[in-house]
Design a protein around this ligand. Structure first.
Ligand SMILES: O=C(O)CCC(=O)C(=O)O
Length: 286
């Protein structure tokens, strides 16, 4: 398995990431990494964390499963985070001196699931603040453009925190009462009705195969993935990465996910660089 990048990121790809806030990178991870993560996800689905939730269950019992921060309990995830080229990819795209790992999240739809992820941003609701935060979104099965995660290019530079969906409401099984956050107080602008006119917003997504990834700035508006064909499932592993300007921030209105208790217990306070072994530094330039 390749611990270094399978290929260089081109100038065109770097520029696209800076300008659009999202870039599609074809063929970045070899089949061994896909296998490692597929095995890890299998274990994760069998042994979900307390944070896990079914976001959607329809009358045909098709589901959308979400879990997060499972990496400490799953060797395969840890291996990917520490040994794969993911941190270097994030470092190169964000032009960072060093990269810390923030957290993992998985999005698993059973075949035919019609659930579409609501449009949203990430960083304005996290327990950190910084322009240089990104997600690497990796499907572990082929996914068509129409079903892959989609983006509003350039929206990472809008300077606004748009009204945010309360993901805590996605809980058909009523399993746990977590992440219930009313974000009204933090919203600076209404989220535009993107589905009403996707062309107007330049909505972009890609046909993707295992080994490809999309890297996006955590301020970009994204969503819309799902609505699968009956014979297609969608298993996605994501990792969230922190670049140079990121500091801890506790938001009074609430956070999703809320790491404030974990951070405080680890001796981290607002204004600190997220570090310690909670958010390990994985990569540094040179
Ligand atoms: O894969 C999805 O449906 C959602 C992914 C997402 O919103 C994220 O990684 O921030």
């Amino acid at each position: 398995m390749n611990t270094d990048m399978l290929r260089q990121i081109t100038e065109v790809e770097s520029t696209r990431y800076q300008q659009d806030g999202v870039v599609f990178l074809q063929g970045m991870f070899d089949a061994d990494w896909v296998e490692v993560l597929t095995n890890g996800l299998e274990i994760n689905c069998q042994r979900p964390t307390d944070r896990s939730r079914i976001w959607d269950r329809d009358d045909r019992d098709r589901t959308m499963f979400w879990d997060s921060q499972a990496w400490r309990g799953i060797d395969e995830y840890r291996k990917f985070i520490f040994d794969s080229p993911a941190a270097k990819i994030a470092g190169q795209l964000m032009n960072a001196a060093s990269i810390n790992f923030f957290f993992d999240a998985v999005f698993v739809r059973s075949a035919g699931s019609q659930f579409a992820t609501p449009w949203h941003q990430d960083e304005p609701y996290w327990s950190v603040e910084g322009y240089d935060t990104c997600t690497i979104w990796m499907p572990l099965v082929p996914v068509k453009k129409a079903n892959a995660l989609a983006f509003v290019p350039g929206s990472h530079r809008s300077g606004s925190a748009f009204s945010q969906y309360n993901f805590g409401e996605l809980n058909p099984d009523g399993k746990v009462d977590v992440d219930q956050v009313d974000f009204t107080a933090v919203a600076e602008a209404d989220l535009p009705d993107i589905d009403a006119n996707p062309d107007k917003y330049g909505v972009t997504s890609w046909d993707m195969a295992p080994g490809d990834c999309v890297v996006f700035n955590s301020r970009i508006i994204h969503g819309g993935s799902g609505k699968l064909d009956d014979d297609r499932d969608l298993r996605v592993f994501t990792t969230k990465w922190l670049g140079d300007d990121v500091k801890i921030k506790f938001r009074e209105c609430g956070m999703d996910p809320d790491h404030s208790a974990l951070m405080t217990a680890a001796g981290l306070a607002p204004g600190d660089r997220p570090a310690t072994d909670l958010y390990p530094q994985i990569w540094s330039r040179g």
